[in-house]
Each structure stands twice: as structure tokens, then as C-alpha cells.
Design a protein around this ligand. Structure first.
Ligand code: AHM
Ligand code: MG
Length: 335
């Protein structure tokens, strides 16, 4: 662990690796990290900063927005729109894309984010986070349009999240493994605290919202039933369960010690293929997990191969320790 490698230095060094990240992308990631520092500051202030509680508005998903959802969204937009690296942004909190306004230089990247993931945990002082994904705008002289975002997750050029917990941790991939940075509050900078993060291939820990059990599809129900039987059942081992209800925090645990996370499609809302959003939740998390040696699927298909049809498309998510994700897949193929 080096206290000496700042995020800036790490990115400059990545830039030197066969141009893995062009300077515009490096600067874009720095701006996102700076915005996350601002959000972290607001989260830390909590009630003292008047940021807790509900705003009088709904987002495009029909969810009541929390004040921090809105604040985090504004911080990210304001930090990113003038830098010249971006063509447009898209957010869980905005129905339409936000093109960089006229008057600012237009860059070649597209930034997607869930500004404040785990909103139900804001007011109860449980860890929450920001998730982000970066794509390249398809080459064209035309103005940016929503369809430019409709690229599969395997096209991402950077992805990550910032976890606002006991520590503020930025986790990043630019396609060269996963690195973790911890915010040093005195210095106001992120420092590298783990490199080459690896998820163990096997696990005895699953994360799923068990209260939805009666709504699950048969493969998921059978998989969890078998895990619950422990050493007596077909899996031949005991399983522990964790569910934070902040995907950022559940994924962070999986990157740290392995595990499997499931938010599967269920029968509550037949028209919706899952709760989580493909482009700014499943894709960035899926790529991070793959970059750490894990796997990310819908149960039947690799998440990063899905070509989005809608900006706020939802998807079934199964990700984490590779062998366990494959195990879930085997329950789907038994159908
Ligand atoms: P959000 O982006 O509105 O916060 O919703 C996403 C969150 C995930 O972080 C988490 O895994 C899931 O919703 C929890 O859902 P539930 O409350 O159904 O357990
Ligand atoms: Mg979210």
C-alpha cells in the first residue's frame, strides 16, 4: 500500500501504458473524482448540512427523490459540463440526456451516472455511493443524441464508483484491472490503497433481498433453496447472507472478499426485466467485477454484451465470484 501514489499519479502512469487512457479521459476521471469529493462532503455533513430527507419531486423511474439524490446530480453536472472532455451526460435522476451546453467546448466522451446509489440508506447513516460509466461518442460531426449512448457495456472506456462509508473509497477500472483509492481528508486527495483487486472464484456468501422470494423465477428460487440447505444440501457447504440495499456497498464487499450479488427479474412487474438499471448500474459494476476476475450475467447472458434499447433500461443482475455466477447460470439452463 503506498500513501504516495495519488489518483493523479496513477492516471498519468496508466496514460503511459500504451495510451490506455488518453489525456482527455484522464482529466475526465479527475473531474468525476473531484465531484465525488464534493458529494462525500455533503454526505458527511448529514443533518448539519440540511441534506437529509425527501425532496418534493419524483425522478423518471417514478421514485421519490431524496435531497441528496438531487444535490449529487447537480454536483456531477456542474463539475463536468465546462471541462471540454464530454459531449453529454446521462443520469438516473434525469429523463433525458444532458448535452454539454453551447458555449463550452464539446469533448468526445459520454458520461453516465447514478449520482447517489442506495438512496433508501441516506437517512439511516448507512453507506451509499456514486456509480459512473464512460463511453466514447460514436464518430460523427452531428450533435450528440440519445442513441449515441446505446452501446453495450463492453464498449466502456472507464467505470467505477465512489463509496461514502466509514471511509470514502474510489474504485476504478480503465480496462487494466481494478484499483482502489481512499480519500485522505486532510490532504483532500485520493491515494491508491489497493491494486489488481481479485475476487476469489468460489464463495459461501450471497446477497439478495430475501423478502422478494415469493416473486422470484424458478431458477433463482431453486438456487437459493439449495444454498440454504447448507452442508446437508446439494451444494455441500454452508452459506452466509448479506444485503446492504446499496449496490455500491454490496459490490464493494464482493470486490474485497468475494461473494455473489443477485437482483433478479421477478414477477412483481412483468414488463420490467429487473430493478437495476443497465447503463449506469449493471454495466459499470459488471465491468469492474470482470476486471477483478469475477463474472456478471443476467442469469442467461453476459451483461456487458447487451445492446441497450433505452437510456433507463432495467436488467436482471447476477454478479460476483466466477464459479458461483456460473452455478446460477446452470440453474437457468436446467429449465
Ligand atoms: P437507487 O439507485 O434508487 O438507490 O436503487 C438501487 C438500489 C441498489 O443500490 C440496491 O441494490 C437496491 O436498490 C436495493 O433494492 P431493495 O430496496 O429492493 O432491496
Ligand atoms: Mg442506484
Amino acid at each position: 500500500m503506498s500513501q504516495n501514489i495519488s489518483l493523479t499519479r496513477y492516471l498519468v502512469e496508466q496514460q503511459r501504458v500504451d495510451g490506455l487512457i488518453p489525456s482527455q479521459l484522464r482529466l475526465l476521471i479527475e473531474v468525476v473524482a473531484r465531484a465525488c469529493k464534493g458529494i462525500s462532503h455533503a454526505v458527511n455533513k448529514g443533518a448539519l448540512g440540511g441534506v437529509l430527507g425527501t425532496a418534493d419531486s419524483e425522478n423518471v423511474q417514478g421514485e421519490i427523490q431524496k435531497k441528496l439524490d438531487i444535490i449529487a446530480n447537480e454536483v456531477l453536472i456542474e463539475a463536468n459540463e465546462w471541462g471540454g472532455h464530454l459531449a453529454a451526460m446521462a443520469s438516473e435522476e434525469m429523463e433525458e440526456i444532458h448535452a454539454v451546453p453551447n458555449g463550452y467546448p464539446q469533448g468526445e466522451y459520454l458520461l453516465l451516472f447514478d449520482p447517489l446509489d442506495g438512496s433508501s440508506n441516506i437517512d439511516v447513516n448507512v453507506s451509499i455511493g456514486t456509480i459512473f460509466s464512460v463511453l466514447k461518442k460514436p464518430p460523427s460531426d452531428a450533435a450528440v443524441v440519445e442513441q449515441d449512448f446505446f452501446q453495450p457495456g463492453k464498449n466502456q472506456v472507464a467505470a467505477g464508483y465512489c463509496l461514502y462509508g466509514p471511509q470514502t473509497t474510489l474504485v476504478l477500472t480503465v480496462g487494466n484491472g481494478v484499483a482502489m483509492f481512499t480519500l485522505d481528508r486532510e490532504q483532500g486527495s485520493f491515494f491508491l490503497t489497493q491494486e489488481n483487486v481479485q475476487i476469489p472464484a468460489d464463495t459461501q456468501e450471497f446477497a439478495i433481498n430475501m423478502s422478494n422470494m415469493r416473486h422470484w423465477d424458478t431458477p433463482v428460487k431453486n438456487y437459493i433453496d439449495d444454498c440454504l440447505q447448507g452442508t446437508e444440501g446439494p451444494r455441500g457447504k454452508d452459506f452466509n447472507m448479506r444485503w446492504i440495499a446499496s449496490m455500491v456497498t454490496d459490490v464493494h464487499r464482493i470486490l474485497t472478499r468475494g461473494g455473489i450479488f443477485l437482483y433478479p427479474w421477478d414477477k412483481r412487474e412483468p414488463g420490467k426485466p429487473g430493478k437495476l438499471r443497465l447503463m449506469y448500474e449493471a454495466n459499470p459494476m459488471g465491468w469492474l467485477v470482470e476486471q477483478a476476475g469475477g463474472a456478471a450475467s443476467t442469469g442467461t447472458q453476459r451483461i456487458l454484451d447487451i445492446v441497450p434499447q433505452k437510456l433507463h433500461e432495467r436488467v436482471s443482475v447476477v454478479l460476483g465470484s466466477k464459479n458461483e455466477v456460473e452455478k446460477v447460470g446452470s440453474y437457468f439452463s436446467k429449465l
